[in-house]
Design a protein around this ligand. Structure first.
Ligand code: HEM
Length: 548
């Protein structure tokens, strides 16, 4: 082979190698540039994510005014964070100053407002649409309810721990099914049968408070938070499955301790640990589940043996062992097993904390207004002169008209579950000429709506139980239960409203009839507009009022 032929043979190889080198260099440059860009993008994303103030500025300066699909909905000038000043430091809760400012500014002009919400000043804000008129609220919750689902972010941790029940499911069709399967247990006929159980727990609470009174002094300073919480929890649990943890009398037992750790004092670290490491077993959860399964299986066995209840009171169909589980079995036994009830059990039980809030806040108002407290006690004692034991039924409780007014007025001004009614639009909805885009969050602010002067009259922010009596006597008044947003309205509204009202009445009738409650503060009225100071009942001065 001559030299020329050799060169011709080697040349293509050299050419190939040089082409490969060029491609390699090109890819190398592309890779470096891409990697560089990727790393920068990632770093920026991490920076933006980690640096809340940048996100807040971006949100306020760019997203909220320019990019939001709902930007046609008017937003108020008085600051945009609906929860501003509500969770001031993540612990202490102050009142709804911002929402009331919105209400004043927006009304009577606007029916919808676009505002921001973030529970902590540095947390990422999100956009919410606020219905601020009776009509727009009604459209969101009732007449256009099919265009919205409950936004469950608030309940997503519960869903992860306790599974998806009627409160925590994120599927509209599953919610519909669960709600219709539960509703038969909550008819008026059934709910009144729960009252003897509530009254029994009330008497136990009265005895426990009485035992703690210092009889050498006219009043005893007492923390009622814990006994009330324990007693109401026992009573709700009894109403749900016909058995309870006996938290009031034996708070140290294994099941009571597990229950309290799980549902009453859940430490945040524990929740995070449990939610992030799904495979971890939470012993307390197992203990509570076993307890509920056992109680439910006992009800199923009882139902199958046709011996429905041991009827303690006899003829009127009311008895202390009536419970929601048995009502469900009476209606549709095959649908219910221990496991199918367990998920609903947590959805129902979690909400009972509101009943505790309702009793607590009513007592707080009664300490602010001692003359209302005495008037209420007079009503209870004159209607039932023989003492607390002579209150035995739901009709006894409903005969206490002033108690009804006091309770409703307290639930109006200080709704226990204020930040709970969130909806997500499942499609574009037009309300009052504004488009609520698919995916938008709507927030129904019970605190604000329960205080709108256009709805409740010029004295809307005053604690004035008589307004509910005026309604009954048909005088010109704004007061109407249809406007009370405390239990929400429509297909996602509180399923336990009637249960809660009777339970709270049973406890309040017994407590206020037996004891007097006084605030230890020098000037309790100084804090009267800050309903969230009732969040935790401080020590009250308690005395046994003789003669009952
Ligand atoms: C003062 C006491 C109570 C208050 C203020 C209250 C308030 C509420 C509110 C505001 C909602 C959300 C409604 C919505 O998203 O539109 C709700 C839902 C619910 N509540 Fe209550 N609640 C109370 C007591 C109870 C009790 C005692 C029970 C159980 C026996 C209960 C069971 C439920 C359930 C299961 C839901 C979810 C209903 C559904 O999604 O269909 N609540 N409650």
């Amino acid at each position: 082979m001559n030299t020329l032929a050799l060169i011709f043979r080697v040349l293509p190889v050299i050419q190939l190698l040089s082409e490969l080198w060029i491609v390699y260099s090109f890819l190398n440059v592309v890779w470096k540039v891409t990697a560089h860009l990727l790393i920068r993008a990632l770093a920026t994303a991490i920076f933006l994510y980690l640096c809340p103030s940048v996100r807040v500025v971006f949100y306020n300066a760019v997203y909220f005014p320019l990019l939001s699909k709902a930007r046609a909905v008017p937003s108020p000038s008085t600051g945009r964070n609906i929860f501003h000043g509500h969770y001031s430091d993540g612990k202490s809760i102050v009142d709804g100053v911002t929402s009331m400012a919105y209400a004043r500014e927006a009304l009577p002009r606007a029916r919808l407002l676009r505002v921001s919400a973030s529970f902590y000043p540095s947390a990422r804000p999100w956009e919410v649409i606020l219905p601020v008129s009776r009509d727009s609220v009604h459209q969101v919750l009732v007449s256009r309810a099919e265009s919205f689902v409950r936004s469950i972010s608030a309940y997503s941790i519960l869903a992860r721990i306790f599974g998806k029940g009627v409160l925590t499911t994120d599927s509209a069709s599953a919610h519909d099914m669960m709600r219709s399967s539960l509703l038969p247990a909550f008819t008026q006929h059934n709910v009144v049968r729960l009252v003897p159980g509530f009254l029994e727990h009330t008497s136990k609470l009265i005895v426990s408070i009485e035992n703690k009174l210092d009889h050498s002094n006219p009043t005893t300073s007492m923390h009622l938070e814990q006994p009330i919480t324990r007693s109401l929890t026992d009573s709700t649990c009894q109403a749900l499955v016909g058995d309870n943890f006996n938290l009031l009398e034996h708070p140290e037992s294994m099941t009571a301790t597990a229950f309290q750790r799980l549902l009453l004092g859940t430490a945040p670290a524990r929740v995070i640990f449990h939610c992030t490491l799904k495979f971890t077993k939470w012993r307390d959860h197992d203990i509570v589940n076993d307890f509920v399964r056992e109680a439910v299986n006992a009800k199923i066995a009882l139902h199958n043996s046709k011996q429905k209840y041991e009827d303690a009171s006899g003829s009127d169909g009311q008895h202390r062992n009536a419970n929601i589980m048995s009502f469900l079995l009476e209606h549709d036994a095959p649908a219910w097993t221990a496991d199918s009830f367990l998920e609903q059990f947590y959805s129902l039980l979690v909400m009972q904390s509101d009943t505790i809030g309702g009793v607590r806040r009513t007592l707080w108002y009664l300490t602010l207004y001692p003359e209302i407290q005495s008037r209420l006690r007079d009503e209870i004692r004159s209607t039932f002169p023989e003492g607390a034991a002579s209150i035995t039924s739901a009709s006894d409780l409903t005969s206490l008209r002033f108690l009804d007014c006091v309770l409703k007025e307290s639930l109006r001004l200080a709704p226990p579950r204020r930040n709970a009614v969130f909806r997500k639009a499942v499609k574009d909805v037009h309300i009052d000429g504004y488009r609520i885009p698919k995916g938008a969050t709507v927030y129904v602010d019970a605190y604000m709506l329960n205080r709108l002067p256009s709805v409740w009259g010029p004295d809307a922010s005053e604690f004035y139980p008589e307004r509910w009596q005026q309604k009954e006597s048909n005088t010109d008044t704004f007061t109407d239960e249809q406007n009370l947003m405390t239990f929400s309205k429509g297909p996602f509204s509180c399923i336990g409203e009637q249960v809660a009202l009777l339970q709270m009445k049973a406890f309040l009738a017994g407590l206020v009839g037996t004891f007097s409650f006084e605030s230890p503060e020098e000037d309790p009225m100084a804090d009267k507009d800050n309903v969230y100071s009732a969040e935790k009942l401080k020590a009250l001065l308690v005395a046994r009022v003789p003669g009952w």
